[in-house]
Write a protein that binds this ligand. Sequence first.
Ligand code: G4P
Length: 552
Amino acid sequence: MLNAFSYEKESHHETMAIYLRAMALKEEIARRKTFAIISHPDAGKTTLTEKLLLFGGAIQTAGAVKSNKITKTAASDFMEIERQRGISVATSVMVFEYNGMQVNLLDTPGHKDFAEDTYRTLTAVDSVILVIDSSKGVETQTRRLMEVCRMRDTPVIVFINKMDLEGQDAFDLLDELEDELNIKVQPLSWPISKGYSFKGVYKLYDRTINLFESLKTKVSEEIVSISDLNDPTLDQLVGEYAQQLREDVELIESVYDPFDREKYLQGKLAPVFFGSAMNNFGVKELLDKFLELAPTPQHRESSARVVEPEEAKFSGFVFKIHANIDPRHRDRIAFLRVCSGTFERNKFYHHVRLDKDFKYPNPVTFMASAKTTIDEAYAGDVIGLYDTGNFKIGDTLTEGETMMFKGIPSFSPEIFKELVNKDPMKSKQLEKGIRQLTEEGVAQLFIQEPGNRKIVGTVGELQFEVIRYRLEHEYGAKCEFESKTFYKACWITTDHPEKLIEFRRIKGQNMVKDKDDNDVFLAPSSFMLDMERKNYPELEFHFTSEFKVAHA
Ligand code: G4P
């Protein structure tokens, strides 16, 4: 029989166990960095990823990481596209250890038609590294991706790549970044010349010079300390470029305050590094500085409250779903970001939207390209859950609490087409198929009443091929698409509901509902949108379903 003493002992043990678990969780969180590398295609994202994985020991040889770019294929060659996409899915999350830290690098599709996938992945990271091609500067995708980062104040580190090529002037590049990306930047390293005469970088934070050597596979950086830039050693090292460096550094030091990490963490200031990913140059210092500066897993806002990563109870949300296109294997993988606590294999968790509990016997993580089953995952981690159709993008799992994580907006598609049923006998299958595919995030579905007309919106043409193919092969439904020349989808908000009712009545032809039953106006042109804004000043038109910086 238990006496008072053993009760006390028992509860003491329990308190101890809870305390130890909390400490272990705290330690695990403190050693995690979850981020993505973003860039306009061809700036060097794949090359940089590979070099980071080499440092992390996740791969042994250069060339092991295949570009997840979908190489140009005829749109009809859908299987080939999916095969290539399959490669990028296998590497959706790359986990490696470096200097005692666990780095979770989330991969993002390179092809612009899958940009929406990338936007959603950005909701699951705590920071990003933005790669810029020194000869191209800021490009279209750079702008868009940064807009998404700015919406959430995601901390950004900039890596200006390809310094071995004749790129633009470094000061001009900094100006361009500030002007076009709506963020302050501050160089933490500085290039010594560029192109054929590129000599290396001067690290402003520790006053050392890394001398450039063109080496593609090995890591060899000669690092020289320069306590005083007037030291003649500098002239011996970089010859005629020494004087320019002295002048540049003097200018930089007079213009910039000492680097303020707080501002970086608030997403207001982006530190800039220069290097050449292909030559493995400047990559190690980027990784070292990234690990020092970048945030550990951060809190998340939910519909009920702010959720802290250190909370004992597990919670997380699905930001990406990938279907197996092999019809014999209908399973899908839902990618879930753990937001708080510890996720455990085989434990029941609450699926908030369905109000049901499920357990997951085979959660996976991704070490380089190999999938491994895991028993536990901590806040900050991304895990893959096999799913038979229960998940939608944005779904939340908890230990019982009713809340949904915020911050997974829809963005206005670029291309709109109406879905036309080609086989009236299969309308049920078509209905189910298009709902499931859009829940996976392949495209956005807008419904127009009366008539239940389905307008499908995407970022690129490829998705229409994907949808047509999958509807036919997975659901047995046949469809066609009719082009619609809409300019943008605009989510409407207002404090004057009567004005919205009036607008809906007059603009019925262009009014649709999104998946969450929000009112969306499909603007025929930029000109017409401006007109409506003038005619209806009480209504606000937004290009995303969440509204912050990215106001239309
Ligand atoms: P992405 O994922 O951002 O699309 O770019 P990726 O790394 O595939 O790089 C695009 C091209 O730029 C590749 O050349 C790559 O070798 C090259 N590159 C990357 N970093 C550097 C660099 O620091 N300097 C120079 N000069 N080039 C760089 P490619 O010819 O398209 O492919 P590959 O045949 O070299 O693989």
